[in-house]
Design a protein around this ligand. Structure first.
Ligand code: HEM
Length: 252
């Protein structure tokens, strides 16, 4: 898709262990929101092993696609609770956006993330930001709230090649963010076993990642209730499901 829109291509490493399910709360908690502060967004990236270079380059993906009125309305009317629009949003661009994104209603109305070349993968997203015409607050803060990211926005606005190169690298890096592997689970489970045998309290047990589908634990197992409690309270993604079942099987 990126190359069809004129963007870079890259080799995708194969064999990624992927999630067997999706978690709405997991997504909502971990994925940055458009009105998050720069620091919050960067922290969320860092928690996934991505740095400020990745953040700025990957945000360049907003060179294509749309956002709904509801994703940036706050900037048009009441950015910081004082009834004023976001001062970092260019005024006539803001006025234009207000015509189709009213104070109330029109939540689903769509707007180009990059109004200059909305279907072309290029670096005009960064030039828009330099002109105070980034659509989302999360776009504009890349220029206004942090020195390092400001420099990167300027660099990518100036040099399309550099943007493409870094975008491809950061996409591979993002693709390598791993869900838990079988080994991770095994290690955690072994230490859980150990602490349970040592008489540790059940509160530690709830730290273990496991999955609600683990319903095959043998009745009467002393660990059963602890596992079920933990499993029900801590649904996780990736290979956990499989591994939880494996654990259950091995107990049966
Ligand atoms: C840096 C933090 C990010 C924030 C806060 C953010 C936020 C958003 C929001 C609010 C929208 C519009 C959704 C809507 O209104 O329905 C959007 C659209 C989009 N985002 Fe991001 N995003 C971020 C990073 C990324 C990254 C890393 C990528 C990919 C590499 C990406 C790719 C896209 C694309 C392609 C669209 C357009 C979707 C469409 O047209 O249907 N975004 N983003």
């Amino acid at each position: 898709m990126y190359t069809q829109a004129g963007g870079p291509s890259w080799e995708v490493p194969l064999g990624r262990r992927d999630s067997r399910g999706a978690s709405l709360s997991g997504s909502n908690n971990n994925i940055p929101a458009p009105n998050n502060t720069f620091q919050t967004i960067l922290t969320k990236f860092k928690l996934q092993g991505l740095d400020v270079v990745d953040l700025v380059a990957l945000s360049g993906s907003h060179t294509i696609g749309n956002a709904r009125c509801t994703s940036f309305r706050q900037r048009l009317y009441n950015q910081s609770g004082n009834g004023q629009p976001d001062s970092t949003l260019q005024q006539s661009y803001a006025a234009q956006l207000r015509t189709r994104c009213p104070r109330s209603g029109g939540d689903q109305n769509l707007f180009f993330l990059d109004f200059v070349s909305p279907t072309k993968f290029d670096n005009s997203y960064f030039n828009n930001i330099l002109a105070s015409k980034g659509l989302l607050s999360s776009d504009q803060v890349l220029l206004t709230k942090n020195e390092a990211s400001m420099e990167l926005v300027k660099k990518y606005a100036e040099n399309n090649e550099l943007f493409f190169e870094q975008f491809a690298k950061s996409m591979v890096k993002m693709g390598n963010i791993s869900p838990l592997t079988a080994d991770d689970i095994w290690r955690e489970r072994s230490s859980l076993h150990q602490s349970a045998l040592n008489g540790s309290s059940s509160s530690e047990i709830t730290e273990l990642p496991c999955k609600s589908s683990c319903n095959l634990l043998p009745m009467g197992s002393s660990l059963q209730n602890l596992y079920i409690k933990c499993i029900n309270s801590n649904p996780r993604k990736g290979s956990v499901n499989n591994e939880a079942l494996h654990f259950c099987d091995s107990q049966g």
